[in-house]
Design a protein around this ligand. Structure first.
Ligand SMILES: [Zn+2]
Length: 419
């Protein structure tokens, strides 16, 4: 199975046309389009009074047709710019809406400040190394000779959208990036201090996340020391905010290095991560003495795990998996148990296995679209030799005997160790 994904590259070309008036007219057109859509937004109040009302953006074909006709009446340039503006206005409002619903933007219409025009394929032609951009039909056009441009030998694929600015023309190229056929799949189970991967050929891969945990712990202690004072002093609130920002940056930095390393080491594998939005995280967590701390920790781990999956998806092929019962189901017989502690024990078939490995095997089975069975389990664990995964020597023939790959990314140094 190979999957094609489009990639876009952009190159800038300097020009000396005076397009200032045109760009200003386009900016006004775009602003007017946004205003027209904005006026027709319906605000739906929510039952919960504290929540912001939901904006319903008009999208009917009739609305779009009327909008287009109204805009065309005062537009003296090529008609397709109106279509560009409508498309751009919708995407601007869409992004405003997403942020507004997350409380990141106020209920004010977006304002277009920058002067630029998006030029779709219908507004230009490309022939003999020359791009001809239409401004007014049959009357005015701009010509850009790119036959000697530095990027011409590097550019791959088809020319896409152009962006016209006062001094530059940005030229985009779209090309298909073909992934090689996947070598296999690795399923990752996210835990507080480790990331546990499983693939039958590679075995159990354990990534040490204690450094990430340590980052959060350090800032948590710092915050706790200051928190009681912060309510009285404004300046301390600022310090707390600064700490949070640093904490996030350090965590992100670590996760970037981790995901780069993982996608390099396991390139051409498809990586499966739990879609943790769906799960109630309470069940997976250990008891903590301090309620607020527990909640805080939980939120942090959750964002870290999601960040790992998201950053990984920029660098490798990632699929999202349903986390339901992944840590409670027996990867051998499929029975749902209520495991306690680090060792998973199945009440039906008697399997004893590291709890995190069990979860990773379950996720792997899900990735392959398989259901657990003793025969399949035997197949997956075949060839494993060495020490048991629970630390001691195998006590029962059920327990998989196989080496564990431990990857320690603490301090950004990577060690691969087989026990
Ligand atoms: Zn079982």
């Amino acid at each position: 199975m190979s999957k094609a994904v489009y990639q876009v590259r952009a190159y800038n070309l300097r020009h000396s046309y005076d397009v200032s008036d045109f760009l200003e007219d386009y900016r006004l057109l775009l602003q007017r389009t946004i205003d027209e859509i904005w006026k027709n937004i319906q605000w739906v109040e929510r039952k919960n009074k504290g929540r912001r009302p939901i904006p319903i953006v008009p999208k009917s074909n009739e609305f779009k047709r009327n909008l287009r006709n109204a805009l065309l009446r005062d537009w003296c340039y090529s008609k397709h710019y109106v279509d560009s503006a409508i498309k751009q206005a919708y995407s601007t409002i869409k992004s405003w809406k997403r942020n507004y619903l997350k409380d990141r933007r106020s209920r004010e219409r977006p304002i277009v400040k920058r002067k630029f025009a998006r030029i779709k394929g219908t507004l230009y032609s490309y022939k003999d190394g020359k791009i001809r951009v239409s401004i007014r039909p049959y009357e005015e056009h701009l010509e850009f000779d790119i036959s000697k441009a530095w990027f011409i030998s590097r550019a791959r694929g088809r020319m896409g959208e152009l962006i016209l600015r006062e001094n530059y023309l940005t030229i985009t190229y779209r090309f298909r990036k073909k992934y090689e056929d996947a070598k296999g799949r690795i399923a990752w189970d996210s835990n507080e201090k480790s990331l546990d991967g499983f693939n039958p050929e590679l075995g159990w891969i354990k990534i040490d996340l204690s450094y990430l945990f340590h980052i959060h712990r350090v800032y948590e202690l710092k915050r706790q020391r200051l928190q009681s004072l912060a309510s009285r002093k404004q300046s301390l609130k600022k310090i707390l905010e600064k700490y949070s920002k640093r904490e996030r940056n350090r965590a992100r930095d670590f996760v970037h290095k981790l995901t780069t390393e993982l996608s390099r080491r396991f390139s051409n594998y498809v990586h499966g991560f739990e879609d943790l939005k769906k799960e109630n995280m309470l069940i997976r967590r250990k008891k903590s003495t301090y309620k607020g701390l527990k909640k805080h920790n939980r939120n942090i781990s959750k964002t870290d795990w999601r960040m790992i999956a998201i950053l990984m998806s920029y660098k490798s092929r990632v699929v999202f998996l349903n986390p339901k019962n992944s840590s409670r189901r027996c990867s051998r017989c499929g029975m749902v148990n209520a495991p306690k502690g680090a060792l998973y024990e199945c009440k039906r078939c008697g399997l004893r296995i590291d709890r995190q490995l069990n979860a990773a095997v379950n996720l792997y089975l899900q990735m392959e679209g398989l259901t657990p069975s003793p025969k399949l389990f035997k197949e997956l664990m075949r060839g494993w030799r060495g020490f048991t995964l629970t630390g001691g020597e195998a006590e029962s023939p059920n327990e998989p005997e196989r080496g564990l790959r431990l990857m320690n990314l603490k301090g950004y140094v990577c060690l691969l160790k087989t026990t």
